[in-house]
Design a protein around this ligand. Structure first.
Ligand SMILES: Cc1cc2nc3c(=O)[nH]c(=O)nc-3n(C[C@H](O)[C@H](O)[C@H](O)COP(=O)(O)OP(=O)(O)OC[C@H]3O[C@@H](n4cnc5c(N)ncnc54)[C@H](O)[C@@H]3O)c2cc1C
Length: 373
């Protein structure tokens, strides 16, 4: 088979890149090892479309939020995207001071409307939360969308533009010619392509190594606990720093999110003993949760780079090969803009956001990160 562009992986990055490339007129084949797109982290994540608290990716997140605002019309689909705001809450005075510095920096970077809240204001926004909280920080333009709707919507919109989505097809390696990448090998045969896009999420690093660049990526495990549906309790996505986060999307279920664990086995196994401890902690912070039934839990495989910033762009000295991987817990928010940026790069345009913090070769000579992370 021959095509203009072969995309490895049908998560949010691969589907968004395929969509925007097809919009530019490219013939695109997207290869996904699972039975459908969006079955890994991109479809199992916690909905957050968040700008605040980003470091290197703040400008990218702000640009992506601008794309999100018209994404339902663009993809002709209801994505349950709502600007609910994102609230970070802290218990320790020194952490409140850190939030204040973060606010000052983010305002200086153009993140309008982000502001500190007092303990009493936080308790108004999240009724019933313990009085021990010291302060909060609210970004009103942050929000949430339904991950189970977003990736399939990108896939359908891409397919309408002619993208061939080959599911149950695993990419096994790259086809190379000198310093050019000119296609992929799969378990169903070879595909020659002028351009290859690596959006394989936690599985992306070996392809980059084959292209000649070391990009450390450590698989992680993030877990969500889902409660029974509740009447409306609170609006924003609420982050608790050390603990994780809590939100109530349109469905009314409360979602509790546990942050990053190491996951060398690339497993999606839920650790129920740990969940029980975390749920008890959470009930102490938000006592009304003690009367709410917990229905189920599931995990997704995330991926982390040493500086927790993604790899986006080209490999120096390699032609025909582009990467967008290593999203370190930020990829759902960033996905739509990253898809656009990949199409800008392939068409030879300047990316509309600087990719300086995301250079794929930034750890290429770093021996420290050659051992397991
Ligand atoms: C519980 C949880 C909560 C999260 N919460 C948030 C949040 O609130 N906000 C946020 O912005 N981010 C969040 N994230 C992170 C976010 O989900 C990821 O950063 C993002 O989905 C990464 O997208 P991706 O397309 O790069 O990778 P993935 O979604 O992992 O997609 C990669 C795809 O490539 C396919 N693939 C891999 N290897 C091959 C191969 N050899 N051949 C063919 N196909 C292959 C995989 O099957 C997969 O479908 C969360 C993640 C989890 C798990």
């Amino acid at each position: 088979m021959r095509t203009d562009v072969a995309v490895i992986g049908g998560g949010i990055m691969g589907c968004a890149a395929a969509y925007y490339l097809a919009k530019e007129g490219f013939e695109v084949v997207l290869l996904e090892k699972n039975a459908a797109v969006g079955l890994e982290a991109s479809g199992r994540c916690a909905c957050g479309v968040r700008q605040q608290g980003r470091k290197g990716a703040l400008q990218l997140a702000m640009a992506s939020v601008r794309v999100w605002s018209s994404l339902p019309q663009e993809l002709e689909a209801d994505l349950e995207y709502v600007r609910t705001g994102n609230l970070k809450i802290v218990w320790e005075p020194e952490k409140a001071a850190a939030l204040e510095s973060e606010t000052t920096w983010e305002l200086s970077q153009g993140l309008a409307g982000v502001r500190m809240l007092t303990s009493a204001e936080c308790r108004e926004v999240v009724p019933g939360i313990t009085e021990t909280i010291v302060a909060g920080k609210l970004c009103p333009t942050d929000g949430m969308a339904n991950p189970m709707l977003v990736v399939p919507a990108f896939g359908r919109a891409a397919a309408r533009l002619g993208v061939r989505i080959l599911t149950r097809t695993s990419v096994t390696g790259l086809l190379t010619l000198g310093s050019s990448v000119c296609g992929v090998t799969t378990d169903a045969g070879e595909i020659e392509a002028n351009y290859v896009i690596n959006t394989a999420g936690p599985w992306a690093a070996p392809f980059n190594e084959q292209a000649g660049c070391f990009t450390p990526i450590r698989p992680g495990l993030d877990t969500l606990i889902i409660t029974e549906r509740q009447p409306h309790r609170f609006t924003p996505f609420v982050g608790f720093g050390w603990w994780g986060y809590i939100l109530q999307p349109k469905s009314g279920n409360i979602i509790l999110g546990l942050e990053e664990k190491t996951n060398e086995a690339f497993s999606t196994q839920v650790d129920y003993a740990e969940l029980a401890i975390k749920a008890r902690d959470m009930i102490q912070l938000l006592p009304w949760l003690g009367d709410v039934a917990f229905l189920r839990a599931f995990s997704g495989i995330t991926e982390y780079t040493p500086d927790k910033e993604p790899y986006i762009g080209v490999m120096p000295g390699v032609s025909g090969y582009y990467v967008a991987c290593g999203f370190s817990g930020q990829g759902f928010c960033l996905g739509p803009m990253v898809g656009k940026i990949i199409s800008e790069l392939v068409t030879g345009r300047e990316p509309s956001v600087s990719l300086e913090p995301f250079k794929p070769d930034r750890f290429a000579t770093d021996q420290i990160h050659r051992e397991p992370l």
